[in-house]
Design a protein around this ligand. Structure first.
Ligand code: SF4
Length: 342
């Protein structure tokens, strides 16, 4: 049982207190006796407690920084959406393979932005630009936003914003089951609520600090009953001893534990495990005892967006993964939609 995230240390940008959400969060953390500090910028939190990088990293993962999102230029977010909508950055989870370890570098603390209305105004401009085409926004490119939303309700506000929009759609993915406050949001079917799931082996060894699979599936049932379109991301698909049985069991369990009415409108996305050389270095520094297999020699090269080589599975392994996972998906969820495999 993973409890909802409660930061041990909170930083505020002084200007964030001029926004209602900033003031509300400060009052809340004061009441709860959480240590509060101030920082001139959410990009420059220095002097986190801890004697070495290992300790500082762990402290950072339980530190919340409340700031203002200044850059309102959204990144693109292929293949699942057109744009990434930045509601939060960073995550309290400790998944060994997490790409945030490299993208966030020396700033692994969790950042939430209080100027939600300005972020939504920027989303409106992006939608106008693409009209009459629809525009999809992904809210989990830089964080697991559900993990922090019980504190901020920024995601809830965003869901309701897209619920009213004509051409906007929202998507996000989570490994947390703290979804109750999102169940009564007026989403109007415009938000696809996805859960990240995996074989037991991967969850057990590589996803500390996230909700157990049973809790994620239970939350998925609640979300589907609240009328949200539901989706699952199987990621990272990771080859390990008994992987075929492991992933079969995952689908079997999903089928058994998910309520029947939740199975009507679901999607699957599949992402095989990959890493880069810088990611390998950071993973081995942050999680020195990890069992994660990071041997470049066993993998195939794929050129990434910024000219960085990613190491993915060999072609024959990739084909085998596809063959089995697609087959399991069709067997248990014949009406589900396969969005992509990458
Ligand atoms: Fe990274 Fe997602 Fe795990 Fe958080 S839950 S550490 S964002 S992989």
């Amino acid at each position: 049982m993973v409890r909802p995230f409660r930061p041990q240390l909170v930083y505020f940008e002084p200007k964030a207190l001029e926004y209602p959400l900033g003031a509300e969060l400060k009052e809340k953390f004061e009441k709860e006796d959480v240590e509060i500090r101030y920082t001139t910028s959410h990009n420059q939190v220095r002097n986190l407690p801890g004697e070495n990088d290992f300790q500082k990293y762990r402290v950072a993962k339980s530190t919340l920084v409340v700031g203002i999102r200044k850059t309102l230029k959204f990144d693109t977010s292929k293949p699942s959406a057109e744009y990434a909508i930045p509601l939060a950055t960073g995550c309290m989870g400790h998944c060994h393979y997490c790409y945030l370890q490299t993208t966030m570098g020396s700033k692994p603390y969790i950042r939430t932005y209080v100027n939600v209305e300005e972020i939504l105004d920027a989303a409106t401009l992006y939608m106008k630009e693409r009209a009459p085409e629809e525009t999809r926004f992904e809210a989990s490119c830089t964080s697991d936003v559900v993990g922090v939303d019980h504190l901020t309700h920024s995601l809830k506000r965003t869901i309701e914003f897209f619920g009213k929009s004509e051409l906007g759609k929202l998507r996000f993915v989570t490994k947390f089951h703290h979804v109750d406050h999102l169940l009564d949001a007026e989403h109007n079917g415009k938000t696809r609520f996805r859960f990240s799931i995996n074989a037991d082996y991967v969850i057990k060894y590589f996803e500390p600090g996230t909700s157990p699979l049973a809790k994620r599936i239970e939350a998925a049932g609640k979300v589907a009953r609240a009328g949200y379109p539901l989706g699952f991301i199987v990621a990272p698909i990771y080859l390990h001893e008994g992987w075929k049985e492991g992933y079969y069991h995952m689908f079997e369990r999903l089928d058994k534990e998910l309520p029947e009415d939740a199975k009507k409108n679901i999607t699957f996305e599949f992402i095989q495990h990959r890493f880069t050389k810088p990611a390998k270095r950071v993973i081995q520094k942050n999680y020195p005892m990890t069992k994660l297999e990071l041997d470049e020699g066993k993998r195939r090269n794929k050129w990434g967006k910024y000219g960085m080589v990613k190491y993915i599975y060999q072609k024959d392994e990739e084909e085998e993964i596809k063959e089995h996972l697609f087959d399991y998906m069709k067997q248990f969820f014949p009406n589900a939609q396969l969005e992509y495999f990458t």
